[in-house]
Design a protein around this ligand. Structure first.
Ligand code: NAI
Ligand code: SOE
Length: 391
């Protein structure tokens, strides 16, 4: 069986999730498209890199990402660093002819994403942006219902991504609150996941009318390079630094196909954890998904008898998208790890079959253009058109 040698850059939360996916992929999908080999892991923190090699099962470690990109043994570069490093690493990896998976958001701005897209477009490589939530089987099932016309013409998409890990003003000023590193706040960090799903289910976003708000203007400095996402790190006595990104996004959307929609995103909504939801209303029915109940897709059809009409629950299992490799009984439980295993599976299939994967850097670039338009709209208070990415 063919092997694909992986060079992972960034040994934090996503480094762990991606490593798990490479290890577990052949256990779930067999025969695997290729055997992923965890070759080398890099982290700017040498101790973290060495520890990751042990914990995540890599043969070697380094504190210099360039050694991963330049490594002749590496076939696939996996970018799991904070957002400010995505562009430079991706450009170097493309120039070295490596396949690339890059965490979301692809870039901090549309211009940065454009450069990344151009770097990979003409290279003979597979490139993927890690919007993994669209690979939740229930989300893929929603797409199937829409493609088959089961809900008719889509009229409305109502999406949210609500969390509460940064609601405490004394949780640290991690890289996610620094524009120079993150690019934006809730918008880029979690709003982009919903925008990806909106494009996946409904199509291109044509224009936006948006509000971006920052409610917690400063936070305690410290906590190191790793973002512990609010856990355990309440820092009441530390000096504080400015937050220069948004805490909250609210945007209206107009889709090219005529549908309308809204997206809300915040990491400060007490009681919400990974509340990534969408409701799709069409001329023939409705769909509802909530990641906190991710085995379930709620469906309602106009064709149901009037006295029986209402949402009913489909539990995803072997009969549904990606179900052949997952657990044998519906509702045994799809987890975050499974979405990353499916992502790795599709990526390796693309590499082996030499076929494009989705979402790719073009999709990541288009989402970055939507984010730019949202920022411009929030500044002007007006509707702003979203340009289509240049080919
Ligand atoms: P993290 O803070 O947990 O880990 C980042 C790691 O990158 C740290 O170990 C840090 O030392 C390392 N790093 C920083 N500079 C580096 C450099 N120059 N060279 C090598 N390593 C370096 O961050 P997390 O949560 O893993 O986020 C990483 C990326 O993944 C971000 O782009 C984020 O937006 C994305 N993400 C995506 C998720 C998804 O569901 N798809 C979930 C969480 C994060
Ligand atoms: C923090 O908001 C975070 O880790 C995001 O960065 C991820 O993209 C999301 O999947 C989970 O939450």
């Amino acid at each position: 069986m063919r092997t694909v040698n992986v060079g992972l850059i960034g040994a934090g939360f996503m480094g762990k999730a991606h490593s798990l996916a490479y290890a577990a992929l052949p256990m779930f999908y067999w025969p695997a498209p290729a055997m992923p080999v965890r070759k080398v892991v890099a982290d700017v923190n040498a101790d973290a890199a060495a520890e990751a090699a042990l914990r995540f099962g890599f043969e070697r470690s380094t504190d210099d990402w360039r050694r991963v990109v330049d490594d002749p043994e590496v076939d696939l570069v996996d970018i799991a660093t904070p957002n400010n490093l995505h562009a430079e690493i991706a450009a170097a990896a493309a120039a070295a002819g490596k396949h690339i998976i890059c965490e979301k958001p692809l870039a901090r701005t549309g211009a940065e994403a454009a450069a990344m897209y151009r770097a990979v477009r003409d290279a003979d490589i597979v490139h993927m942006v890690a919007f993994n939530y669209r690979r939740t089987p229930a989300v893929a099932l929603a797409r199937k219902y829409i493609d088959e016309g089961a809900v008719g013409r889509v009229l409305n998409f109502r999406g949210t991504y609500l969390q509460d890990w940064s609601a405490d003003p004394d949780s640290p000023l991690s890289w996610r609150f620094q524009k120079s590193v993150a690019g934006s706040g809730a918008l880029g960090d979690i709003g982009t996941h919903v925008l990806d799903i909106a494009r996946y289910l409904v199509g291109e976003v044509a224009s936006v009318n948006s509000v971006l708000s920052t409610f917690i203007p400063d936070r305690p400095i410290g906590g190191g390079g790793l973002d512990k996402l609010g856990a355990a790190d309440r820092m009441t006595d530390a000096p504080r630094g400015p937050v220069d990104v948004d805490d909250e996004l609210i945007t209206m959307l107009r889709f090219s196909g005529g549908a309308v929609g809204t997206v809300e995103a915040t990491r400060n909504a007490y009681g919400r954890n990974n509340f990534l939801t969408f409701e799709v209303h069409g001329t023939e029915g409705s769909l509802y998904f909530n990641y906190e109940r991710r085995d379930e897709l709620q469906v309602c059809f106009a064709s149901d008898p009037g006295d029986r009409r209402g949402f009913r629950t489909v539990y995803t299992g072997p009969a549904h998208p990606y179900g052949d490799g997952l657990w044998p009984i519906p509702a045994l439980g799809i987890g975050y790890g499974e979405t990353k295993i499916i992502e790795a599976y599709d990526l390796l299939r693309g590499i082996v079959d030499k076929t494009p994967v989705s979402p790719d850097f073009g999709d990541g670039y288009q989402v970055a253009l939507i984010c730019d338009a949202i920022t411009a709209s929030a500044e002007s208070g007006r509707w702003v058109d979203v340009p289509h990415r240049d080919a």
